[in-house]
Ligand binder design. Structure first.
Ligand code: PHB
Length: 400
């Protein structure tokens, strides 16, 4: 007979009321562990083409535990870290294992949209909260009532930069995005805002997600001679894109580069080099964010991770842990999935990226979106904030 998580909890409660476990077939220590420990199954692409996201997320989660200790509401927080290599079948298989024999109370991570999509049914069946700390396609939060997101929704940045471009003298754009759900969504929400503001999109280009060769697409951009190119590639891939952008002379073409923050994410920005100077993007986090909390976060994070700079994925992980810690405080340590999700709805707190909250209706994050420009500061490249759009709700869920 398999012992379900709920049965384990019941057994644990029985023990705490002093009733012997004789005959239950469960060692007493395991029952106590279930009572005193909250297990978080953190599933990330730690190896493979999206390993940079795994590294940032894991470091963000660990930074939260370094800052706040490994207990919440008197419970010990146990992290179970698993590598899905970026394969949806793996993410799903690992999640299934974690909520059954692994005894996970919370699932966390999900480095790419397909990985979150694949796992949503597991969260629903097991009634276990699934905290999405990276994947960003708008509809992810609709795939299970147990999903809560602490990263961002792609339309948040795409819409804001679309509005900005139209208002700041850009009239014609070619869009170039990775060909999967968040890329198409970025493209569509950028266009929606940009065209509303009077801009014109002259061509839409989609590039394969796996092993992309940007050269033929950059040639199309050059041939079109738009005033700007709007680019989305997932975190970590921007360096590869920017190398080809420079090699093909696009940086000298007078075509401006705009996008969401993914293209110049903080982990790779210094490696991209001066070709990134002047790129304008919209995103919920920049390592240059001007707050005391963020300055401490960046300093501690870099010290703990051999100089790696935190990017928006790192704060997604950091805040995923903040959400679980705060929710446990609210439930008094109760790990029942429905109670935890209820506790998470409407929660608001201060993050290294600024004030954030969880929309109680959609379980998605509401946050400031910063319009940033790449500049050299203290000898390093940073996305420096020029303007802030406050408390942005996912436009796809706000009827835009
Ligand atoms: C996603 O797959 O949802 C995703 C991944 C990386 C990003 C943005 C979106 O930078």
């Amino acid at each position: 007979m398999t012992i379900t998580r709920r049965r384990l909890m019941t057994l644990a409660a029985t023990v705490s009321f002093g009733v012997a476990l004789a005959g239950a077939g469960l060692p007493q220590s395991a029952a106590h562990a279930a009572e005193d420990t909250v297990k978080i199954g953190l599933i990330l692409p730690i190896t493979g083409p999206f390993a940079s996201t795994g590294a940032e997320e894991l470091a963000g989660v660990r930074q939260y535990m370094a800052d706040h200790g490994d207990t919440s509401a008197g419970k010990k927080i146990e992290l179970i870290v698993k590598d899905d290599t970026g394969s949806p079948n793996e993410t799903k298989r690992i999640a299934q294992e974690l909520v059954t024999s692994g005894g996970a109370d919370v699932l966390m991570g999900f480095g790419l949209t397909p990985l979150a999509f694949a796992t949503a049914p597991i969260a629903t069946q097991a009634k276990v909260p699934m905290v999405v700390t990276a994947a960003a396609t708008s509809s992810i939060t609709e795939k299970s009532p147990y999903i809560v997101r602490t990263s961002f929704a792609t339309p948040q940045g795409a819409y804001v930069i679309g509005e900005w471009a139209a208002k700041n003298g850009i009239n014609s754009v070619v869009t170039l995005v990775s060909d999967y759900a968040p890329g198409i969504e970025e493209q569509d929400w950028f266009i929606k805002a940009f065209e509303k503001g009077g801009g014109k999109v002259v061509e839409k280009l989609t590039v394969p997600l796996k092993n992309p060769d940007f050269a033929p697409f950059l040639q199309r951009v050059a041939d079109n001679k738009p005033e700007a190119v709007f680019v989305f590639v997932p975190a970590g891939v921007g360096a590869q894109f920017m190398k080809q952008f420079r090699e093909r002379g696009l940086d000298q073409s007078g075509i401006r580069l705009i996008g969401t923050g993914d293209i110049v994410d903080d982990q790779i920005l210094n490696d991209i080099g001066d070709v990134a100077l002047g790129i304008v993007t919209a995103r919920d986090y920049t390592a240059a964010h001007d707050s005391e909390m963020n300055r401490k976060f960046v300093k501690d994070f870099e010290a703990a991770n051999d100089g790696m700079r935190p990017n928006f994925m790192a704060v997604g992980g950091y805040d995923g842990m903040a959400l679980v810690y705060h929710a446990l405080e609210k439930t008094g340590g109760d790990t029942d999935g429905d109670r935890l999700i209820e506790a998470m709805k409407g929660m608001s707190w201060e993050s290294p990226r600024g004030p954030i909250s969880i929309d109680p209706e959609t379980r998605d994050i509401v946050q400031n979106i910063y319009i940033n420009k790449v500049e050299r500061k203290d000898g390093q490249l940073y996305s420096v904030t020029m303007d802030t759009v406050k408390d942005v709700k996912d436009p796809a869920k706000a009827g835009k």
